[in-house]
Design a binder for this molecule. Structure first.
Ligand SMILES: [Zn+2]
Length: 278
């Protein structure tokens, strides 16, 4: 994949209004008219890419890692990068979540008609994430695809590792900006992973000792060496979440100003590393 490849362009979807308007349910699906138009549309976006202001685009990972990392859930198959849509349902979703130490409620959201072969909104399999193995509470219970809920369970293990290592205290609560929110990006007719309940925006981490780590205040997206342990925690957390394949995409304030106040993570089929200076 070239530096300005489809992954980078799809990565722009992440900048499309994260934390915006409330989720909107839509009617149940009409017949699936998946068509070659989806690929044609992405190709047309690629065709105009050189005209885009792209310096803030994340480094795109062209090659999937040969060996999955310990926490791996990311979609490492580059052959399906051009297939927008929610992850396929897992037949043993509930069993896997229980094994991962997640308490949850099965949930349901509508799915919209496909437009030009691209599903616009909703997912066939979603859960309300109540509690994970890291014993973290959330500002509201995240509504997520099963794949994303499984990834969030391992995210909790990583976040506790890094919190203890850098801050000497565990995370007890996370404030997020939302999960399910049907929208597309402004410039292109491409769909955000939030439309599929397949991403979450992480804003603040509250520690057991009362301290608060705020992405807006503490990430400080510069190339300078970080002195504040809260900055080190956030940077290291982002790096690990991507490098260890916990999520497909991890986008931090390094990526662009739209992500200055949160870390976006999702389980898209393409991959973007937004955890390092551009
Ligand atoms: Zn987001």
């Amino acid at each position: 994949m070239a530096p300005l490849g489809v992954g980078a362009l799809l990565g722009l979807v992440l900048a499309c209004g994260c934390g915006g308007a409330a989720a909107s349910a839509v009617p149940e699906d009409a017949p699936d008219d998946r068509a070659p138009a989806a690929e044609a549309r992405v190709a047309s976006v690629v065709a105009v890419a050189p005209a885009l202001p792209t310096p803030a685009l994340a480094r795109v990972v062209a090659d999937a890692p040969a060996v999955r990392k310990s926490w791996g859930h990311a979609d490492a198959d580059p052959s399906n990068d051009l297939e927008p849509g929610p992850p396929p349902p897992l037949a043993d979703c509930e069993k896997r979540l229980a094994a991962a130490g997640v308490t949850f409620k099965t949930a349901r959201v509508g799915t919209s008609r496909h437009v030009d072969g691209v599903p616009r909104c909703g997912a066939g399999q979603v859960v309300r994430f109540k509690r994970g193995p890291g014993k973290i509470s959330y500002s509201s219970s995240p509504l997520l695809t099963c794949q994303m809920a499984l990834a969030l369970a391992d995210f909790e293990r990583v976040v506790q590792d890094e919190a203890v290592a850098h801050l000497g205290s565990r995370v007890v609560k996370i404030e997020h900006l939302g999960t399910f929110n049907c929208r597309k990006m402004a410039l292109y007719d491409l769909v955000s992973e939030h439309s599929y309940a397949n991403g979450v925006d992480l804003r603040r981490f509250i520690l057991a000792d009362g301290r608060v780590v705020d992405v807006l205040k503490h990430f400080r997206p510069t190339g300078e060496e970080a002195a504040d342990p809260r900055t080190l925690f956030l940077r290291r957390l982002g790096n690990r979440l991507f490098d260890e394949d916990v999520f497909s995409n991890v986008v931090t304030p390094y990526f662009d100003s739209a992500h200055r106040n949160h870390i976006h993570v999702d389980m898209a089929r393409y991959r973007v590393d937004g955890t390092r200076p551009q």
